[in-house]
Design a protein around this ligand. Structure first.
Ligand SMILES: Nc1ncnc2c1ncn2[C@@H]1O[C@H](COP(=O)(O)OP(=O)(O)OP(=O)(O)O)[C@@H](O)[C@H]1O
Length: 595
């Protein structure tokens, strides 16, 4: 055992008693105090239905559902692609909170070391740490604007993270899975990685960053990935869902079968990084450093970390259930990360979901290329719900999608302002005019075969199933089918006529139509709440419920029968303002939509 290991072990013995590992059993208290949560959207606009599930302590003793976004590289400000991953992960987190099966821990953060960061800082003539502080704050601010319900925002420059990475690598080194060797290869600074021949375009160009990958030679430490080839193959056979969607799994299996090559985990010439614990002349390769962030996000910022901590990492909530990533970083998450964990004998994440790219003119939007759509411009002009809704409904999760502002405005107006917002406004107006603003019957009195009850029940099931399989577009479509039918039903039944001029029986029918439409809209609000949390809260408020009530909702509440006779509904105020303004982005790709 080398000195560093010995020190780590001694440290383990002394600090374990003094400072127990943060346990997910402490989450309610920790959550309120965590730095990520201090800046999270929930503090300001707590629009998460069922956001209170952790605070209530109702899940004590259960492992949390842990879901992560990539840790974004702070080489430049966030763009719509970064926001896309984060919004999608937020939807998954919100949906799981609604299920109330487990507490949920939603992790995001920033990846802050490496050559590209040092270069970006130098270009601005600031220190790397100052640069990271500035850009990390931009990410946090953006997540707040987008109502991202983060539980933990991890930064890879925080002390607990640095200690955890060192402890974990030391364990792998002590096991004999790391060795030193000379390396020569073509390096892409944009990707911060050596590229295989088959990954590069003509003249050794990186297809993503469109720059030449320069030939480099250095002496590095290597991880014996090859030793884990069989175990990795077995993982993908035993857990076919480990990588989703299916084409990505096949891609990963192809990589593994074609030979899992040992890879370099250190850099000899990069100063801005975490030192290799047994050889401080080298720094840890930024990608290896960043992957550990998913684990250190579960620790307190300044927590002491030791080998002992690693042994008890499950008490902090590890493993993650799902890593949501873009398809560009699949190899790191689906091959390298599991292999490192296998070597360290720690539990593997449950799943890696790799979504597609938002493209501009058919090319991946990216910070390095600068061909990005500024999410601040969109969210400032149109609000969080509109942007969240458009990208989740219009881009099939897992596929690529382009943006067009014209299509954005059309879709959002048609679906959110007209189909949902107008229907609620019209029916509430009628309710105030003809029923004194009181819900006229018990919604559960409608027979199960009643048009809207039958449809809403069926579509709710379809929406829940779609969320479960990460088909956010399908979930949105299933919900819109309810509001769409609600509009049709209003037109067919025309309750305004019968309520005004009908006999008693016709008036009762008119009231029943309004009651059914409003109950259907309540279900719409709850089902769409993971995607458009503000709109959902506004709808619930209009339906006469408090924010507290909204926060306590669970999936069980999608069952027909929530609105009761005599319940007072609020005066109608538009819940979603129609967009009627000039475009705020440059003319972008002409056609949006699914591919
Ligand atoms: N165009 C995009 N579409 C969808 N997601 C994206 C896009 N660009 C980045 N992301 C998300 O961000 C992750 C990569 O984060 P990173 O900070 O490296 O961003 P980047 O813009 O791709 O950086 P760079 O252009 O410097 O390579 C992706 O895996 C994905 O989750």
């Amino acid at each position: 055992m080398n000195t560093a290991s010995r020190l780590l072990q001694q440290h383990a013995g002394s600090c374990a008693l003094r400072q127990p590992i943060r346990s997910w059993r402490d989450l309610p208290r920790k959550r309120a105090a965590s730095p990520g949560h201090r800046t999270c959207a929930r503090r300001k606009t707590c629009t998460s239905a069922a956001a209170g599930n952790q605070a209530s302590g109702e899940h004590s003793g259960q492992k949390p559902y842990v879901v992560t976004t990539p840790l974004y590289y702070v080489n430049a400000a966030p763009h719509m692609g970064s926001a896309y991953s984060t919004i999608a992960t937020d939807v998954a987190a919100r949906f799981h909170r609604l299920k109330k099966e487990q507490p949920v821990v939603f992790i995001t953060g920033t990846d802050e070391h490496g050559e590209k960061i040092a270069a970006a800082a130098e270009a601005k003539q600031v220190s790397p740490q100052d640069h990271c502080d500035t850009v990390a704050a931009e990410f946090k601010d953006l997540w707040e604007k987008f109502d991202i319900s983060t539980d933990s925002f991890v930064r890879t420059t925080q002390p607990s993270h640095e200690r955890l990475v060192q402890a974990l690598l030391q364990r792998i080194y002590d096991k004999g899975d790391i060795y030193k060797a000379a390396y020569e290869g073509h390096y892409c600074v944009g990707c911060e990685k050596y590229m295989d021949e088959e990954e590069m375009g003509p003249n050794h160009t990186c297809p993503t960053h469109r720059t030449e990958c320069k030939l480099r030679q250095e002496e590095n430490y290597f991880f014996k990935l090859s030793k884990y080839q069989q175990q990795l193959e077995q993982l993908l056979q035993d857990q076919p869902d480990f990588v989703q969607p299916a084409p990505r799994r096949n891609e990963v299996l192809g990589w593994i079968k074609s030979g899992a090559k040992d890879f370099s985990i250190s850099r000899s010439k990069v100063e801005w990084g975490i030192r290799i614990p047994w050889d401080p002349s080298q720094t840890i390769y930024v990608w290896i450093d960043a992957l550990h962030g998913y684990m250190s996000a579960l620790l307190d910022d300044n927590q002491d970390v030791s080998l002992h901590t690693l042994d008890r990492i499950t008490e902090a909530g590890w493993p993650a259930d799902v890593h949501v990533i873009g398809k560009d970083i699949l190899r790191f998450h689906a091959v390298m990360w599991p292999a490192l964990l296998m070597s360290a004998e720690l539990p593997l994440p449950g799943k890696v979901f790799a979504h597609g790219f938002l493209t501009k003119d058919g090319h991946k939007m990216g910070k390095s290329l600068g061909n990005v759509l500024d999410p601040n411009v969109l969210v400032d002009a149109y609000g969080s719900d509109a942007v969240r809704f458009f990208f989740l409904k219009e881009v099939t999760f897992g596929s690529d999608g382009d943006f067009s502002e014209e299509r954005f405005q059309n879709i959002v107006n048609a679906n959110l302002a007209n189909d949902i917002g107008n229907l609620l406004n019209r029916s509430l107006n009628l309710l105030h005019k003809f029923c004194d603003g009181e819900y006229p019957v018990d919604s559960s009195d409608a027979p199960e075969s009643a048009v809207l009850r039958e449809l809403a029940t069926r579509q709710a099931e379809a929406a829940v199933q779609a969320y479960e399989r990460w088909d956010f577009s399908g979930a949105a479509e299933a919900v819109l089918a309810i509001s769409g039918r609600g509009n049709g039903y209003m037109e067919e039944q025309a309750p305004w006529g019968t309520l005004k001029k009908g006999n008693d029986e016709q008036k009762a029918q008119g009231r029943q139509v309004l009651a059914d439409v409003l109950e259907a809209l309540r279900i719409v609000a709850l089902l769409i709440s993971p995607i458009t949390p503000r709109l959902a809260l506004a709808m619930y408020t209009q339906l006469g419920f408090s924010e507290e009530h909204f926060k306590q909702l669970s999936l069980a509440d999608v069952a027909w029968g929530g609105l009761k006779e005599g319940h007072a509904l609020s005066k109608p105020v538009p819940v979603f303002k129609r967009i009627d303004q000039e475009f705020v982005t440059e003319p972008a790709a002409a056609v949006a939509g699914k591919r």
